[in-house]
Design a protein around this ligand. Structure first.
Ligand SMILES: [Zn+2]
Ligand SMILES: [Zn+2]
Length: 294
């Protein structure tokens, strides 16, 4: 067995009691879940989850060229991807799939209705190497357990994901009109949660640029989660397993990172244990740091 008294984990040299490190660290040397939100917002969504040599994209809502650039920026070769998980067929989650598939042939995991909708929406003939999953049926992807669950949104069969390996789990919860009982249950099972915090309800109410029908769609039960609604979900999770929440899919003109974070902090501040949840925003023009999920 490898001597773990002195080892390097995440660039840090760790020296200590052999028995402790055998128990606490050996499993982690094989790989830990890391997540990087490369982009998030109505102009495109794409996140990278890493576990050892396994590299999974959650959504591909940017051009294939841009996704390749962003992966290269974080030191990941586009050819090394294990798979791409797709939440739903909207362009800001799936627009890069056709060209990406032609260039790299990465397996794409989606449920049947989402896959059909992506092919139906394609502007030209595309060949996407789909691997179909049934919503709710867990499957393994390179040692990562992938669980999907239904979310309410105006798409064919939209899902959220929980990705877990060992004792750690990360959740993806965009886009959804409201948090169902199932959504709240899944959110309780993760250490890090990427959650939609789309708009400020007051800014949406006073918006004069969008027609009433569009505003109605955004705020409907199949639209997008507001700052207040996301904060309510997080408040429920305070004191539980959740360590970190990444607020994502922020509207460009109906929200700002400051408003989204302030709303969540104020709400969490009123809940016991809320201070233990680290809060941050994902952006449409910048990526988050590479975060260890533990
Ligand atoms: Zn979206
Ligand atoms: Zn959508």
């Amino acid at each position: 067995m490898r001597d773990c008294r002195t080892t390097v984990i995440d660039g840090k040299r760790v020296v200590g009691d052999e028995r402790v490190y055998r128990k606490e660290w050996c499993g982690q040397i094989r790989g830990m879940l890391h997540v990087t939100v490369l982009r998030s917002g109505s102009s495109g969504n794409c996140s990278l989850v890493e576990f050892g040599e396994t590299r999974i994209l959650v959504d591909a809502g940017l051009s294939a060229k841009r996704i390749a650039e962003l992966l290269t920026e974080v030191g990941v070769s586009p050819a090394s991807l294990t798979g791409i998980l797709v939440t739903h067929e909207h362009d800001d989650h799936a627009s890069g799939l056709g060209v990406w598939s032609a260039r790299h042939g990465t397996p794409v995991y989606a449920n049947v209705l989402t896959a059909e909708a992506i092919l139906f929406n394609a502007k030209r003939e595309v060949r996407i190497p789909f691997r179909m999953f049934q919503t709710g049926a867990p499957f393994d992807l390179g040692g990562v357990e992938v669980r999907s669950f239904s979310i309410p949104h105006d798409a064919a069969e939209p899902v959220g994901f929980v990705l877990s390996a060992g004792e750690s789990a990360v959740g993806f919860l965009t886009d959804l009109g409201y948090a169902t009982g199932l959504v709240r249950q899944r959110a309780r099972e993760v250490d890090t949660l990427v959650i939609e915090s789309n708009h400020d309800e007051r800014l949406l109410l006073n918006d004069v640029k969008r027609p009433w029908s569009v505003r109605q769609r955004i705020s409907s039960r199949h639209g997008h989660l507001s700052n207040d609604a996301a904060s309510e979900v997080l408040a429920e999770l305070a004191g539980g397993r959740l360590k970190r929440a990444v607020l994502g899919h922020l509207s460009r003109d109906l929200n700002t990172p400051e408003i989204a974070l302030r709303t969540a902090r104020e709400r969490l501040g009123r809940e016991s244990g809320g201070e233990r949840i680290e809060l941050m925003c994902a952006g449409s023009d910048c990526r988050t740091e590479r975060m260890r999920v533990a």
